[in-house]
Ligand binder design. Structure first.
Ligand SMILES: [Zn+2]
Ligand SMILES: [Zn+2]
Length: 187
């Protein structure tokens, strides 16, 4: 795992506080979106109007698209209830809660050579950390600590995941958790 030059955490793990780690996470979603536009529409830079229309179509049918494409589409739509990016407003905003729930019906394809379920863990972690204000501090802490290892293809066993949760509940710091993941993960 490489350390982030800006915050010193393993890369991605400093989000949402570290702008560089946050940009890396956003980049995962944006790369998926650009690749989708190139594949389906022949160019990665449609006009803003076209891009919003495409995002609206994707958001209508999240189960037909990769999760990166769905998350990027939601980022391009404005919530009619609260005015934030759709699905990223405060908890309790009905359109955001609905969109945030539906996003999980998107397609998750494990990358070659990773344990089955790794991609699901990555997608949950990315969603949680990119909308940290919608989550409990413990959830954000756990995913921040785990994401760098997950992105390298690691997937904790149920026992390991439970042990991590117990440590979080007992008040472990980010540094302690990140070190524990570093020890578990072969990367
Ligand atoms: Zn960072
Ligand atoms: Zn909203």
């Amino acid at each position: 795992m490489r350390s982030c030059a800006e915050c010193g955490c393993p890369e991605y793990g400093g989000a949402p506080g570290c702008a560089r780690c946050r940009a890396l996470l956003d980049g995962l979603v944006e790369e998926g979106w650009r690749a989708f536009l190139r594949r389906e529409f022949g160019r990665a830079e449609p006009s803003p109007e076209e891009e919003t229309a495409i995002a609206g179509m994707v958001a209508e049918e999240p189960d037909r698209h990769d999760w990166r494409v769905v998350d990027a589409a939601l980022d391009r739509l404005t919530c009619a209830g609260c005015g934030s990016r759709l699905g990223r407003g405060p908890r309790g905003c009905p359109p955001c809660d609905l969109a945030d729930g539906f996003r999980y019906s998107a397609i998750e394809t494990d990358r070659p050579g990773v344990p089955p379920g790794n991609e699901h863990a990555v997608r949950v972690g990315v969603s949680v950390v990119r909308a940290a204000h919608r989550q409990s501090p413990h959830a954000v802490l756990g995913w921040r600590a785990g994401l760098p290892a997950l992105l390298e293809g690691f997937l904790p066993t149920t026992t390991q995941a439970q042990a991590m949760r117990a440590r979080i509940n007992a008040g472990a710091t980010y540094e302690e958790l990140a070190e524990a993941y570093g020890d578990l993960s072969p990367g």
